[in-house]
Design a protein around this ligand. Structure first.
Ligand SMILES: Nc1ncnc2c1ncn2[C@@H]1O[C@H](COP(=O)(O)OP(=O)(O)OP(=O)(O)O)[C@@H](O)[C@H]1O
Ligand SMILES: [Mg+2]
Ligand SMILES: [Zn+2]
Length: 452
């Protein structure tokens, strides 16, 4: 039996099997059910996210003999022929290799005939952005006034390269990259059907590496399942992709924060020797560090970070150090463009040596300021009072008559003066000072102002 790669084997046959692309599916299914299918569509989006797949499902839906709520049956003669690629009224054309005006002329001629077998002719033009200017021009008219029961589906990964004249004649449907969780559950379902043993971490790595492209995800799983002893493990995927899992990346970040230069440089060179993709690794470091910083600075990081718990161990590092490191990582990334990546990254590691020395700003502001200290001598009462009072209050205090009584300094002070500095004088209570308030006219004799 020939081996059918997963990406082909698990290509959805019905709208309901498509992963994600909810808008595209809803719009097209409704159009089919309501008989309001447009004569020209433009499917735009990254590679491997379901454009051709959905174009084929739509072709089936338009020709199926037992259509049910917008879904093709997949069993009637027309559905089967379309799936086999032998249905005369569904034509797939690759614009990358048929990009000239003659190809479009031939297409136009074919378009002018009514459907041979089916109900509806469908032309799927893949890589539509590859058509030449002349070919686009030749197509314009047909798109504007297509024969009845004919639909064009232009697929492209490069929306910007489609001329506006074409765009305005098509109903545009934008296909997005698939989210990581959706890719993971898609991979899980393949593993289940294939009886493949896997580590969840491994599927996560595949999903991450495929960057929203389901075709890549399926192919990676395919290759990984054929590798080693059949179990898809994170280790196999890591070696395979030449990238590291998040945990290892976090280990590296810790080495940098702890200023463990020898180990960090060793780590980097080891990856290099094993043939890992260093730039990809650096990207992961950047991404993980971003998560660390978000977890450190947000009250509820779960809105932006997938698994905040994994970053707990970084709480002990000051934000200043994390931000400094972030800057270095970013600089390393830029420098890797103008010098050998390994050298650029090594330099970043070396620069990170001072990360450990970074003291949080808050500590500098609230803690003792590390200045050269003079020999410390006990402060005199006068100095203490001077520190505690404003200059005016201090003058009033100094000028007032005083006497020593039971180990306390009693300050005799005129009522209005006392009232003006009451709050400040209160502060002296703990310093063994008492106030004796008198009214202005009262004479105080036998006291001196120079007791302290
Ligand atoms: N949304 C999806 N749901 C389920 N499977 C998908 C989806 N998108 C892609 N696939 C898988 O990836 C394979 C390729 O998808 P498809 O040919 O539709 O991609 P495409 O968007 O046309 O890409 P390209 O721009 O490279 O032509 C399919 O055979 C299928 O296995
Ligand atoms: Mg395609
Ligand atoms: Zn059918």
């Amino acid at each position: 039996m020939t081996y059918v790669p997963f990406a082909r084997k698990y290509r959805p046959r019905f709208f309901r099997e498509v992963v994600g692309q909810e808008v595209a599916v809803r719009v097209l299914k409704n159009a089919v059910s309501l008989g309001k299918v447009s004569h020209a569509y433009l499917f735009a989006g990254p590679r491997g996210v379901g454009k051709t797949t959905i174009a084929r499902i739509l072709s089936k839906a338009l020709n199926c003999l037992n259509l049910k709520e917008g879904e093709p049956c997949g069993e009637c003669e027309n559905c089967r022929e379309i799936e086999r690629g032998s249905f005369p009224d569904v034509v797939e054309m690759d614009a990358a290799s048929n990009r000239g005006i003659d190809d479009i002329r031939a297409l136009k001629e074919a378009v002018s005939y009514t459907p041979i077998k089916g109900k509806h002719k469908v032309y799927i033009i893949d890589e539509a952005h590859m058509l030449t200017k002349e070919a686009f021009n030749a197509l314009l008219k047909t798109l504007e006034e297509p024969p009845p029961r004919t639909t064009f589906i232009l697929c492209t990964t490069e929306y910007d390269k489609i001329p506006p004249t074409i765009l305005s004649r098509c109903q545009r449907i934008i296909f997005g990259r698939l989210e990581e969780e959706k890719i993971i559950s898609y991979l899980e379902s393949i593993c289940e059907k294939e009886g493949i043993d896997y580590e969840p971490k491994a599927l996560k790595l595949i999903a991450k590496a495929s960057e929203g492209c389901l075709r890549d995800a399926a192919s990676l799983l395919d290759q990984a399942s054929l590798y080693g002893d059949g179990k898809v493990t994170a280790q196999v995927i890591e070696g395979f992709l030449g990238i590291l899992g998040e945990e290892k990346v976090r280990e590296f970040i810790k080495l940098l924060l702890d200023s463990e230069a020898d180990k960090a440089l060793g780590f980097l060179n080891d990856l290099y020797k094993k043939g890992y993709n260093l730039s990809k690794f650096w990207e992961l470091v950047e991404e993980e560090l971003r998560n660390v910083i978000l977890c450190k600075s947000m009250k509820d990081p779960s809105t932006l970070v997938e698994n905040p718990k994994a970053y707990k161990e970084f709480n002990a590092y000051p934000l200043e150090a994390l931000l400094y490191l972030e800057n270095l990582i970013n600089r390393g990334k830029l420098e890797a463009k103008v010098r050998t990546p390994l050298r650029a990254y090594e330099l970043a590691v070396i620069k990170s040596l001072i990360v450990k020395e970074i003291v949080p700003l808050s500590k500098i502001l609230t803690g003792p300021i590390p200045v050269q200290k003079e020999e410390e001598k006990p402060k005199s009462l006068e100095d203490k009072v001077k520190d505690l009072l404003s200059p005016l209050a201090f003058k009033a205090f100094k000028d007032a008559p005083k006497e020593r009584k039971d180990g306390k300094l009693v300050v005799k002070i005129e009522e209005t003066v006392f009232e003006s500095f009451k709050a400040e004088f209160e502060k002296l209570k703990g310093e063994g000072v008492e106030f004796e308030v008198y009214k202005k006219k009262e004479e105080k004799k036998g006291t001196t102002t120079s007791l302290f």
